[in-house]
Design a protein around this ligand. Structure first.
Ligand code: ADP
Ligand code: MG
Ligand code: MG
Length: 885
């Protein structure tokens, strides 16, 4: 197979490798394709990525075959443009450009104007009739080649240019004339000689092979390696090399160079977008040496700018460019990011690729392109990155507003929030109740802060990682959160705090940017999310293509309503303990926990029954007709115990038990490793009256709602932390008994299911057995990850980041499911469960239910649904659709 492919002119290849990005790289493949559809592309050739891999493995040497292939490909260019490489009469100049399979912007090297030396520069001057242009090109070439190929610091050349301009009293490069550039070339050559101890290579073939080596070598430059690691690009791909005839944007005022997008990459609007520079070469635009000008008249006028747009300054070339934009969009059926040059009024295309874009632009373009008949709905659904939708699902800070940044923490939950600082959860609730917007600032948050978190607009913590309790709960509630901001120190005695260098007090206003982890002084204005229009259209298409259902993790009627607006089709996880933390109930909960015996517990539980029933009734009203998975009490009891003296005193009043007695009982409940302690179904087995009360509350509420609305929800009662069939059997009998009692009392019944969470490795192993008792499994992948890896999610922040950096985990396993490990357990449990009971309902309710990569895995295993926090529901809907396509 060939090692070199030509493009442009009469070059034509039936070899599919010529336009295969894996062989000729993204740039080379697209240049060949543009040439083939008749666009003006300067002729050239591409050395394959395979040759790069050989070169890097084989001690930086070139084979004779490659040398002769390059020589004949060079002849193709010479013949096409009618110039000769190295000729002192009419010299061919080329660019030598890198081009990997995927674009790695700015990571690798390019050399322009190659083929110039003291002889050819004269030829260039003669044929172009422009001395100045010839010497300008030569000095550019020496600087670029010396920098990229010879490793001479480009700063030395810039310095020399500055000095030359100063001596002449010039301000701009354009004031330099032919003699000035010629003098600078001499200066540049002596810089090279001083730095390297040998002279600048004047042999054009030596120049060419030097540049080819440099491009190959740049694949292994440090910056390229870092970029590959960050973007999951394999290191064995290599880069192609493109050698292409130069066209010149620096031949006076009818020449120019520019970069353009066929649509606005920020808004998605169907308007050309870009920049250009008259009398310049490519690197001038991006390097910011001169300020580029607008492409279109409309953009120039909107910006109130003076220098003429390309549309105005060179209308013919612009019209040609617009025609090419259209052609390219129709050909690639996507928005293109384009590099072009105009040489003496004639347009040349130098690059095209699918352009990067914001989420908003991606949606608008996808929907509009379906309307234009460029793509179909299926393609539109596949084009949107589900995670990018997150940008659109929360209010965001006005991008134009100034920011006074006090400190940065982890971007734990996206969105923007402003409000008064409050230092505890009760204060947050009080102030919010009277209509204030507050930001809860804590060293770290505990489950007891949940009411304060809910009352707050946003949460800021000094400690905790991206998966810390505060972060998970905040994401679940859609509250912006910055966690682990170590420059926050709080003094609760004086109710003051320090954020960075600023001294603040409770009541002062701050603003959080949860997507960037920034904390700002004062109020920064926000803009509301737009969930209508293109977004809505795309979601309808996504829903038409997905197999899995999407439910939500929610435990308040507000969250349920929000989730339904986002398209949730049921509840996948309702954590009942969050209802226990309510300020009004906590006292009854504490009495229940501290009771000496069953009778004492039942007395306290009787107080909780109507409250829980009311919770469920409200939720069921919102979710009428939909399945609702409700998990019975899960966390270790001591999480609910008082810690402050005042709370003990209150409790002593209610219970008529002494403070000392209560403190002793509380101490007795202490556990060394509560995560693996007395929690989950173990509570139900030892204190059945707790689960009895909860089951009763659920069934009574379901009957109430069926009666009042005529549409019953379908409660799916989930027993947590089951490890054996017998545990589930005992508790299922309990739930069924309560159901029968309630149905008899009410004279009506509702459909319900009893099932379990699979969150212990033993449960996954024993799934075939457990399925005899379960109508459904829900994979609790948070705990399953924790128990399988033996990694505590609350304590892992310190080592997980380095673990990911060192490649021990590809991603944080609490964010994206460890498919290789934990995934095996999920697959095994799903298979074994279905073997026992083919209709068993399977779902996932861990945080992973909102992660696209994990959702793809769920589709592969054949789960029936995924469940995600309300704000992740649209992401899950789209990811589920992509997984089925
Ligand atoms: P990158 O991948 O960093 O964008 P390129 O290989 O695209 O590097 O080169 C950068 C710029 O150099 C191009 O945008 C173009 O303006 C200019 N350039 C490259 N090849 C040529 C050429 N044959 N003629 C004129 N300009 C060129
Ligand atoms: Mg480029
Ligand atoms: Mg769990």
């Amino acid at each position: 197979s060939n090692s070199v492919y030509t493009f442009g002119g009469t070059a034509k290849s039936d070899d599919p490798r010529a336009k295969d990005k894996t062989i000729t790289g993204g740039k080379g493949a697209n240049l060949a394709e543009m040439a083939e559809i008749g666009l003006p592309v300067p002729p050239g050739f591409t050395i394959t990525t395979e040759e790069c891999v050989k070169y890097l493995a084989g001690g930086s040497d070139f084979s004779d075959t490659l040398r002769s292939n390059v020589a004949s490909a060079l002849q193709h260019i010479e013949k096409t443009v009618g110039k000769t490489f190295g000729s002192k009469d009419d010299p061919l100049l080329v660019s030598v450009r890198s081009g990997a399979r995927v674009s790695m912007p700015g990571m690798m090297d390019t050399v322009l104007n190659l083929g110039l030396n003291d002889d050819t520069v004269a030829g260039l001057a003669a044929t172009s009739g422009d001395e100045r242009f010839a010497w300008d090109s030569y000095r550019r070439f020496i600087q670029m080649y010396a920098d990229v190929v010879l490793g001479v610091d480009h700063g030395l050349f810039e310095e020399a240019l500055e000095i030359a301009k100063e001596d002449k009293g010039f301000y701009a490069d354009t004031e330099m004339d032919a003699e000035d550039w010629q003098a600078l070339v001499t200066e540049y050559k002596s810089i090279v000689e001083q730095e390297l101890g040998h002279s600048f290579p004047l042999d054009v073939n030596e120049q060419l092979w030097g540049a080819i080596s440099a491009v190959f070598d740049s694949w292994d430059a440090d910056r390229a390696k870092v970029y590959r690691r960050l973007n999951d690009i394999p290191s064995d791909w290599g880069t192609a090399v493109n050698v292409q005839a130069m066209v010149f944007g620096n031949m006076g005022d009818t020449s120019a160079t520019g970069v353009a997008f066929t649509r606005d990459p920020a808004t998605g609007e169907r308007a050309y977008y870009g920049e250009y520079l008259i009398n310049a070469q490519g690197e001038d635009v991006v390097a910011g040496i001169r300020t580029p000008q607008y492409l279109t008249k409309a953009a120039r006028e909107a910006a109130n700018a003076k220098p003429l747009s390309m549309e105005e300054a060179m209308p013919e070339a612009y019209e040609e460019l617009a025609r090419v934009f259209d052609l390219l969009e129709r050909h690639y059926r996507d928005m293109q990011d384009i590099e072009f040059t105009v040489q003496e009024g004639v347009l040349w295309m130098l690059q095209t690729r699918s352009g990067k874009r914001t989420a908003k632009a991606a949606l608008k373009m996808a929907v509009e392109m379906v309307g234009e008949g460029l793509i179909d709905e299926r393609e539109a659904v596949l084009r949107i990155d589900p995670m990018a939708l997150d940008q659109l699902l929360h209010p965001t800070l006005d991008p134009d507003a100034p920011r006074n940044i006090l400190t940065k923490g982890l971007p734990a939950s996206p969105g923007a929030a402003s409000g008064k600082i409050v230092l505890d959860a009760d204060m947050a609730e009080q102030l919010a109740a009277r209509g204030d917007k507050v930001i809860l600032v804590r060293v770290e948050t505990s489950p007891e802060d949940i009411h304060g978190m809910h009352a707050a607009q946003g949460i800021l913590t000094a400690r905790g990682g991206m998966t810390s309790h505060a972060a998970v709960v905040a994401r679940g509630m859609g509250r912006p959160c910055v966690s682990g901001a170590s420059q926050v120190s709080i003094d609760l005695k004086t109710r003051t705090l320090k954020i960075g260098d600023a001294d603040l007090k409770e009541g002062d206003t701050i603003t959080l940017d949860g997507a960037r982890g920034e904390v700002m002084a004062g109020l920064v204005p926000t803009v509301e999310p737009e969930l209508v229009g293109d977004f809505g259209t795309l979601m309808v298409w996504a829903d038409a293509h997905r197999r899995m259902r999407v439910r939500t993790n929610a435990e308040t009627p507000d969250d349920c309503r929000m989730a339904r607006q986002f398209g949730a089709e049921g509840i996948g996880l309702c954590r009942t303990e969050h209802m226990f933390f309510d300020a009004r109930r906590i006292s009854a909960v504490r009495q229940m926990i501290l009771a000496e015996d069953e009778a004492g517990r039942r007395k306290a539980l009787a107080k909780l029954l109507p409250e829980q029933r009311d919770d469920f009734r409200q939720i069921f009203e919102v979710m009428a007709g939909l399945p609702c998975t409700i998990r019975l009490l899960d966390p270790p009891l001591h999480e609910f115990l008082p810690t402050a003296d005042a709370d003990f005193a209150d409790l002593a009043d209610v219970t008529q038990l002494g403070v000392d007695h209560l403190k002793r009982r509380a101490a007795e409940l202490h556990e060394f490793n509560p995560m693996l302690g007395h929690r989950g179904c173990r509570l139900g087995i030892t204190y059945p009256e707790i689960y009895e009360m909860q089951a009763r509350a659920i069934f009574e509420a379901a009957c109430d709602v069926a009666e009042s609305s005529g549409e019953a929800p379908v409660p799916e009662i989930m027993i947590p932390l089951v490890a054996s069939r017998r545990e589930l059997q005992i508790l299922k009998i309990l739930v069924d008994r309560v159901a029968l009692q309630v149905f008899a009392d009410r004279g009506r019944s509702v459909d319900y299911l009893v099932g379990t969470m699979i969150e212990l490795p033993r449960a996954a192993l024993m799934a075939g057995e457990i399925a005899h008792e379960a109508k459904f499994f829900s994979f609790g992948t948070n705990d399953l990850t924790q128990t399988t890896l033996g990694v505590s999610r609350d304590d892992s922040a310190r080592f997980l980041a380095p673990y990911v950096e060192k490649g021990i985990f590809p991603r944080d396993p609490f964010v994206s499911l460890d498919i290789d490990g934990v995934g095996q357990l999920v697959r095994m449990a799903a298979d074994r469960g279905r073997e026992t009971f083919s209709d068993i309902k399977l779902g996932i309710c861990g945080e992973h239910g909102g992660d696209p990569a994990s959702i793809e895995f769920c589709e592969e295993v054949g789960l029936d649904y995924v469940s995600a926090s309300p704000y992740r529901v649209p992401i899950a809907r789209l990811a589920a659709a992509q997984a089925s396509l």
